[in-house]
Each structure stands twice: as C-alpha cells, then as structure tokens.
Design a protein around this ligand. Structure first.
Ligand code: HEC
Length: 145
C-alpha cells in the first residue's frame, strides 16, 4: 500500500500550485494587452486628457487584412479627423472640406498617401494599401459634402 508522508504531500501540493502559477503567467503573456504591446507601432498619438493606450479591438482589426474605407477611417484617421486634432479638417465639416475637395480627388489621394503639412503619410496606417487609403479618403470626402 502507498503511503503519503505529510512532507511529500506538501511538496506535491506546492508543485501543483507552482505550476498553476506559471500557467497564469503564460496566459497573461498572451493577453490582448500584451499582444497589443508587441504589435503596436513605435509612435503613437496621444490626445491630451485621453488614455494613451491603443484600444485593443481597433489594433487587432488593423492587423487582420484588407479593410473598407470606413474601417480604415475608424481605426486610424478618426483619431485626428473626428476631433480636429493638429488642425485636421473634421469629418462632416462641409466648410472645412469644400476648398480641399476643389483640389480634385487625385490630389487628395496623393496628399493622404505621401503626407501634407501636418497630415502624416498614409494617416500613419503603415500597413494600409493604396486602395485602402483611397477608400478612406472617399469615405471622408463623401461624408463631408
Ligand atoms: C495625426 C493626425 C492625422 C491622422 C491620423 C490623419 N490625418 Fe488627415 N489630416 C491631418 C491634418 C492636420 C490635415 C490638414 C493638413 C493641412 O492642411 O494643414 C489633414 C488633411 C487630410 C486631407 C486633406 C489633404 C488636402 O490636400 O487638403 C485628407 C484627404 C486626409 N487628411 C485624409 C486622411 C486619411 C484618409 C487618414 C487615415 C488613413 C488621415 N487623414 C489620418 C491629420 C491627420
């Protein structure tokens, strides 16, 4: 018959607890926050008064493949164009967009792609394709006429 000595039982229990502990650490390492930490870009825009952490859902969205103009807008451009940060013409602001629209859509595409004054190249969406940026410009412009 097998007999457990109290000391042996104790170290067995301690072993179980320790391995549970390391399991928790592994799980934490793969949490959304740590993924975001690892895949987020070096530069990040922080708006005064708001949390500087990138929203988890949005970062994962950007990493997941081709997006519609609306999705690209929501996951990147909105950071400036919703609030008017850095002097960005606001989404839906007809007066602010009208002189820009007069430049012609091709000019707006190229300014969004290469950058223009305080408007960063590709609106800082490094992974975005030319089509995604164009669709985002169309979404922005069509909603601001
Ligand atoms: C870091 C803030 C920021 C982000 C992010 C940003 N923009 Fe802008 N954007 C600006 C600012 C500021 C201007 C105004 C530049 C100026 O005229 O001085 C601007 C202007 C523009 C213009 C007008 C350019 C022109 O020729 O008048 C377009 C089009 C535009 N943005 C598209 C986008 C798109 C599409 C995205 C997302 C992919 C985006 N922006 C993301 C700040 C931003």
């Amino acid at each position: 018959m097998i007999k457990f000595k109290p000391a042996a039982l104790f170290s067995l229990l301690a072993g179980v607890i320790l391995s549970l502990g390391s399991l928790t650490v592994v799980a934490n390492h793969d949490s959304d926050e740590s993924i975001v930490e690892r895949i987020s870009s070096v530069g990040r825009i922080c708006i005064e008064g708001e949390s500087c952490k990138a929203p988890v859902a949005k970062v994962i969205e950007v990493a997941a493949g081709p997006k519609t103009g609306e999705e690209v807008y929501a996951s990147g451009c909105a950071a400036c164009h919703d609030s008017g940060a850095a002097g960005a013409p606001k989404f839906g602001d007809v007066a602010a967009w009208s002189p820009r629209i007069d430049k012609g859509i091709e000019k707006l595409f190229s300014n969004a792609w290469y950058g223009y004054k305080s408007m960063p190249a590709k609106g800082m969406c490094k992974r975005c394709s030319e089509d995604e940026i164009k669709d985002a410009v169309i979404h922005l412009v069509d909603s601001s006429k």
